[in-house]
Ligand binder design. Structure first.
Ligand code: M6R
Length: 367
């Protein structure tokens, strides 16, 4: 049932092109110029009445939510807060009648997320769920549901469910922007065309897994490392760091690159691996100066860069991995792939149980 792969995680990493296609299927109009979400019970009028969003989830699903915040804020221009489900529930969240609460959960059974959903509804919010499991508790109790079509995810470390949640957020953001008239048809069509290119671009990244495998083997000897990025790259850095910790047990921290100099740089020593994401062109120069700060302390830097930047980045980093070009908004759907591979191969190099890491259940049903 692993279809020839050594582990479910590797199989699921490789299923991402299909998961992207399946999650988009039937949700993009035939002419490729608009998003259709017939599953939403919420009317266009109700959607127009939403002025604030809370995205609530746990772990990797929360990391998808951080990307979702960026997507909704940039496409729809309404304020979005994100919160850890186990915190949200107990902090008397400020929910107004025009707040939409979005919960994200692969399994749809995470106790903290379910409790947050119930609390939001109790406070009068409408709840939209993004989940991978039809008929799950979250899917049953939410007012609206967008199902990700990643297919069953067996490995404890979430990969294709996370990236399909990103696709769901792209679709929701575009649908919302077109409904409220924030984006015209040409703009929506442009993003949709870029989205439809993602599956093939993921294939291209997967074909270069060997490069990442070598980096993973070298970092597996270290006891601590850093993931850095700015903007949406920071959100992806957090996911890369969690994935690595989860299955390789190597300590790592994700940092907003500009924040390093406010204390953390002291932890970077000769040889400390730093994974730097540089996919956001408008933040590129700033990232380079942050990388320089780490290099000055002896960091060994792997840059995740956009294709075409390799030559100029070469003088600033020790190693690099290029991802195909896409729109800045969509880069997480590509940049996360090398990070998933990195954690997979690091875990493998250390001889750990990749699919069933210690102290972790696939679905956490206790609060
Ligand atoms: O099923 P859920 O998406 O609600 O699960 C939430 C987290 O427990 C989950 O994402 C966890 O962080 C994963 N093991 C990450 O790989």
């Amino acid at each position: 049932e692993k279809a020839g792969y050594d582990h479910f995680m590797l199989k699921e990493i490789h299923e991402q092109p299909k998961a992207y296609r399946d999650t988009m299927l039937g949700r993009i109009s035939e002419d490729g110029r608009s998003v259709e979400l017939p599953e939403l019970k919420m009317t266009a009028e109700q959607l127009k009445g939403i002025n604030r969003v809370h995205i609530v989830a746990c772990g990797t699903a929360l990391h998808a939510g951080l990307v979702g915040k960026n997507v909704i804020e940039s496409l729809v221009r309404i304020p979005v807060e994100t919160d850890v489900a186990s915190e949200y529930r107990y902090r008397s969240p400020i929910i107004t009648p025009d707040t939409l609460v979005i919960v994200v959960s692969q399994s749809g059974e995470t106790a903290d997320t379910l409790a947050a959903l119930r609390e939001a509804q109790r406070c009068g919010a409408r709840v939209l769920a993004i989940t991978n499991v039809v008929g799950s508790s979250v899917a049953r109790e939410a007012d609206d549901v967008i199902i990700t079509l990643a297919g069953p995810e067996i490995a404890v470390a979430s990969t294709k469910a996370y990236s399909s949640q990103l696709i769901a957020f792209f679709l929701l953001g575009l649908y919302w922007a077109q409904t409220v008239g924030r984006k015209d048809e040409a703009e929506v069509a442009n993003v949709l065309a870029a989205m439809q290119a993602l599956p093939e671009q993921v294939e291209k990244i997967l074909a270069q897994s060997e490069v990442i495998k070598q980096v993973a083997e070298s970092i597996s000897h270290h006891s601590s490392l850093f993931f850095i990025g700015r903007g949406v790259d920071y959100a992806v850095a957090m996911e890369g760091s969690l994935k690595l910790k989860e299955i390789s047990y190597i300590h790592s921290e994700a940092y907003a690159a500009g924040e390093l100099k406010h204390g953390t740089l002291a932890l970077i020593e000769e040889g400390t691996p730093v994974i730097a994401l540089l996919t956001q062109e408008d933040l590129y120069e700033k990232m380079l100066s942050n990388i320089k700060e780490t290099k000055a302390r002896g960091a060994d830097v792997l840059g995740i860069v956009n294709e075409g930047r390799e030559e100029e980045v070469a003088k600033s980093v020790d190693r690099q991995f290029a991802i195909p070009r896409t729109l800045p908004l969509l880069t997480p759907a590509l940049s996360v792939i090398p990070l998933q591979l990195l954690s997979y191969y690091a875990s493998l190099a250390l001889g750990h149980d990749v699919d069933k890491p210690r102290n972790l259940a696939k679905s956490v049903t206790v609060e």
